[in-house]
Design a protein around this ligand. Structure first.
Ligand code: S3P
Ligand code: PEP
Length: 437
């Protein structure tokens, strides 16, 4: 469906946003925990599970492989009976929608498991690169190829499983390739050593992967920077695992405090979180907000006028759109760099973001790896979301401050946060205005 024929939402200016909120579970942790639990011996009990499109495609795929997953009625608790030690289905056609974690993690896992598989998604997924992952796993017998030969999905796998030994993977397009290989590595016939070639983007997600793998009882070590050794053959152990609230989702609520002059506490996240995106609050602190850490959450309070900043967001790239919206209401320009990899996500998150920010009255200079946002008087605008959940969630924050901001296709938040607009409404006490398309 084209965006012009879809529902539009207008978020009303809210005045100061004050309150507290607990976002749903982390997408990244949910999909990692599901992979490790699926491969484990025994039944893993997961709490704080995210229920969204990106996790549903993962669950559906794992069920096709004979993994039993029992969900509570609200989907937030899952009992996963792993296939460790028993046999799985070695043939499947897997649909991943536009979930990068799902296709990258499953491509590695299925190839390591061995069998015949095809993985495909929506049109945009078929433009998102996966070639570096296929090249890496084929060094250990991965049997994986890009169906169109363009380095993008659909992916076909015809594999006898992984030998182990040494593989080299590119790290400058997505960290998800390395994470996928590490999680699948225990299925190899002998230990696997993974070398990262070139720059590694989004490093905190790799640390998250190491932490989850270790929680499920497998040994993985970074022997020297950029070289990872995983114990194999080896079986994950079923555990009880509680998933943190999603830190990328939290960024919208912290940003709501910043742009509205209010104070918002996000519950359930601390600096010790496994998600690098909690570091988004440091950007807000540099812009003039006060950040308060407590054992049960992190609070952001606006403190006078916001100042533009210069920031490398390579490690927290999912919050680029959030920060860009905050920058619209700051004094002076904000420059974001280090995020060339943002061009390969749900949409081109540099060019498409620049287009929409201009509609809001800002002057934008675009770089290969980022953008400079010079704020102007905010303008009413109808904004496209490019079927990108983070466009919709970020632009809603702009609507809390500036009147007349309409957001097309807000339902695209279903990718990671189906209840986003309802939660925002609850936090701000403002009703949004919906127009059916
Ligand atoms: O491993 C993960 O869970 C993720 C890694 C990041 O992707 P890149 O490594 O492609 O930057 C991030 O953007 C994505 O939302 C989730
Ligand atoms: C980039 C994202 O997702 P993925 O790569 O997992 O599709 C995201 O959630 O912002």
């Amino acid at each position: 469906m084209s965006e012009s024929s879809q529902t539009t939402v207008e978020v009303q200016p809210s005045g100061q946003v004050n309150g507290s909120i607990r976002p749903p579970g982390s997408k990244s942790l949910t999909n990692r925990a599901l992979i490790c639990a699926a491969l484990a011996r025994g039944t893993t009990h997961l709490t704080g599970v995210l229920r969204s499109e990106d996790t549903e495609v993962m669950i559906d795929a794992l069920r096709q492989l004979d993994v039993r997953i029992d969900l509570s009625p609200d989907g937030r608790v899952a009992d996963v009976s792993g296939i460790g030690g028993s046999d799985a289905s070695h043939k499947a056609e897997v649909y991943v929608a536009n979930s990068g974690t799902t296709i990258r993690f499953l491509t590695a896992m299925l190839s390591a498991l061995g069998g015949n598989y095809r993985l495909h998604g929506i049109d945009r997924m078929h433009q998102r690169p996966i070639g570096d992952l296929l090249t890496a796993i084929n060094q250990t017998g991965g049997g994986a190829s890009s169906e169109q030969g363009d380095g993008c999905p659909p992916v076909r796998i015809d594999s006898q499983g992984w030998q182990g030994g040494k593989v080299t993977v590119g790290g400058n397009v997505s960290s998800q390739y390395l994470s996928g290989i590490m999680m699948a590595a225990p299925l190899s016939r002998s230990p696997l050593e993974i070398h990262v070639e070139g720059e590694l983007v989004s490093r905190p997600y790799v640390d998250m992967t190491l932490a989850v793998i270790r929680s499920f009882g497998v040994d993985v070590t970074e022997t020297t920077p950029g070289v990872f050794a995983v114990q194999a053959p080896c079986v994950y152990q079923a555990i009880e695992y509680d998933i943190e609230p999603d830190a990328s989702a939290a960024s919208y609520f912290w940003a709501a405090a910043a742009v509205s002059g209010g104070t918002v506490k996000v519950e359930g996240l601390t600096r010790a979180a496994l998600q690098g995106d909690v570091g988004f609050v440091d950007c807000l602190a540099k812009m003039g907000c006060t950040v308060t850490d407590a054992p049960d959450g992190i609070t952001v309070a606006a403190g006078g006028p916001l100042r533009g900043i210069d920031v490398d967001m390579n490690q927290i790239s999912d919050t680029v759109q959030t920060l860009s919206v905050v920058a619209l209401f700051a004094e002076g320009p904000t420059t974001i760099h280090g995020v060339a990899h943002n061009r390969f996500k749900e949409t081109d998150r540099i060019t498409d973001l620049a287009t929409e920010l201009r509609k809001l009255g800002a002057t934008i200079e675009e770089f290969d790896d980022g953008l400079k946002i010079t704020p102007g008087p905010p303008r009413a605008a109808t904004l496209k979301t490019y079927n990108d959940h983070r466009m919709a969630m970020s632009f809603a924050v702009a609507g809390l401050r500036a009147p007349g901001i309409q957001i097309k296709n807000p339902a695209c938040t279903a990718k990671t946060y189906p209840e986003y607009f309802a939660d925002l409404q609850r936090l701000t006490g403002q009703s949004h205005h919906w127009t059916a398309g």
